[in-house]
Design a protein. Structure first.
Ligand SMILES: *Cc1c(COP(=O)(O)O)cnc(C)c1O
Length: 424
């Protein structure tokens, strides 16, 4: 399948090129012109997960990846479960945090790393990515130790939890981490400036691994099918999925799944106070405010970089805009929702709580709600303990890296300084 640059209709590339280059001309995003539809969804949902994932991913990558290689990549990527946990009569949490860094970004990062490794051909590659939280850890772990691939991760200094930070700043070898004096949007701007610098791109083999890279989206499509496979047949047609959204990659993957034929009834885009999209869905005006810090800090994004892909699916008539609504949840409500989940014997965290609130807000009695659990509660230990007044034990993966020294560098939000760092 060919991928089109959404900002330059002349640029049409294959999957391998899209994965290797990340962003297209004019900083355009790569995306399929037409999402393939899958025959016989019921049969697909009855298959073992690995086999199902093979059929979902094959149409996107078959031009560049042989079947046996794809099966191998799938085995390496999807090496953990995404269970559907029932919270009450008509609500489930799809737990996407059972991977090595306890967050859903493990899926996209590992699929991308494995594809890139396959496409690398012994050329040196530098992965440059900005993270507002979990991308960093997922990318660092997915690429750690891979040959010929260096990873540089930018993050906003002092804006993410210490534990979250330690999950990617304590690895050595091919993983380098940079604390930028600025917010996440400043980090994203540095990444974009780097990709605009053709000389730099060629010199270090620059590649992005954040949610801009289309490979990540394709991997995430798979767990929407997995969620529906865990519902009963009668529940499936009534399923509403609430997605806690920041850069809107996760929601985009869900919409791709629906476009492929998965019978999701509708979606809710739940955000924190960084509510550009919910406001846009209401009044049609795209008016990002300054980014504000919230309890759900991995969603502190006011200019979501995946939105143009969703917009494209709407404008090209592949996705019906009326099947998407938005809700912005404020800080008090997020805390209250977390407590309400706790009363139902479910310990969650602020991002998933924002999504759950989206269901509370609009789920009708004949619908079944699924909210995406994007991170393990222990990744936001201090916040969760503070709000719920409980003691939360650290899972081993986190406990181990909390003990290690932080190896990150610190720089001003200045492209010239970053450029020097990358070419050193
Ligand atoms: C990244 C992240 C999100 C937001 O996902 P997007 O695909 O950027 O919308 C939500 N929750 C957590 C825990 C995250 O790390």
């Amino acid at each position: 399948m060919k991928l089109h640059n959404l900002k330059d209709e002349q640029q049409i590339v294959d999957y391998a090129t899209a994965v290797r280059t990340g962003l297209g001309n004019n900083q355009g995003l790569f995306f399929p012109e037409k999402i393939p539809s899958l025959p016989n969804i019921d049969a697909l949902l009855a298959m073992p997960t690995a086999e199902r994932n093979f059929h979902i991913l094959k149409p996107f990558v078959q031009e560049n990846i042989a079947d046996d290689v794809l099966r191998d990549i799938i085995a390496k990527t999807f090496a953990f479960e995404s269970p559907l946990h029932q919270v009450n009569d008509n609500t489930f949490c799809l737990e996407l945090f059972h991977g090595p860094t306890l967050a859903f970004k493990d899926f996209g990062a590992r699929f991308m790393a494995n594809c890139l490794q396959h496409f690398a051909d012994n050329n040196k590659i530098t992965i440059l990515t900005a993270t507002s939280g979990d991308t960093g850890a997922a990318v660092a772990h997915a690429f750690h130790g891979l040959k010929n691939i260096d990873v540089v991760i930018l993050f906003p200094e002092g804006k993410i939890s210490e534990l979250q930070q330690k999950m990617f700043t304590t690895l050595s070898d091919n993983i380098k981490t940079v604390a930028v004096k600025g917010d996440f949007d400043a980090c994203q701007k540095l990444v974009k400036q780097s990709f605009d610098d053709t000389e730099l791109v060629n010199q270090v083999g620059l590649n992005s691994a954040n949610s801009i890279n289309v490979s990540r989206l394709f991997a995430q499509v798979c767990y929407y099918f997995d969620a529906m496979a865990q519902l009963s047949v009668t529940q499936r047609e009534r399923a509403v999925i609430a997605v806690p959204s920041g850069n809107f990659g996760n929601l985009c993957a869900g919409i791709i799944a629906k476009t492929m034929g998965l019978p999701i009834k509708r979606f809710i885009a739940s955000t924190n106070l960084n509510d550009t999209v919910p406001r846009y869905l209401k009044d049609g005006v795209w008016a990002p405010n300054a980014t504000v810090e919230t309890l759900s800090n991995a969603m502190d994004v006011s200019k979501p970089n995946n939105w143009p892909r969703i917009e494209y699916l709407i404008e090209s008539g592949q996705f019906d805009r009326t099947q998407l609504s938005g809700l912005a949840v404020d800080e008090t409500q997020t805390a209250e929702t977390l407590k309400s989940l706790h009363k139902q014997s479910y310990i969650s965290e602020p991002h998933a709580a924002v999504a759950y609130q989206g269901l509370q807000d609009s789920l009708s009695t004949d619908e079944v709600g699924i909210f995406l659990g994007t991170a393990h509660p222990a990744k936001f230990k201090a916040t969760v303990e503070d709000i719920l007044r409980i003691d939360l034990p650290l899972p081993e993966a986190i406990a181990a890296c909390a003990e290690k020294p932080d190896l990150s560098h610190s720089i001003e939000a200045d492209f010239a300084i970053l450029r020097r760092f990358l070419t050193d």
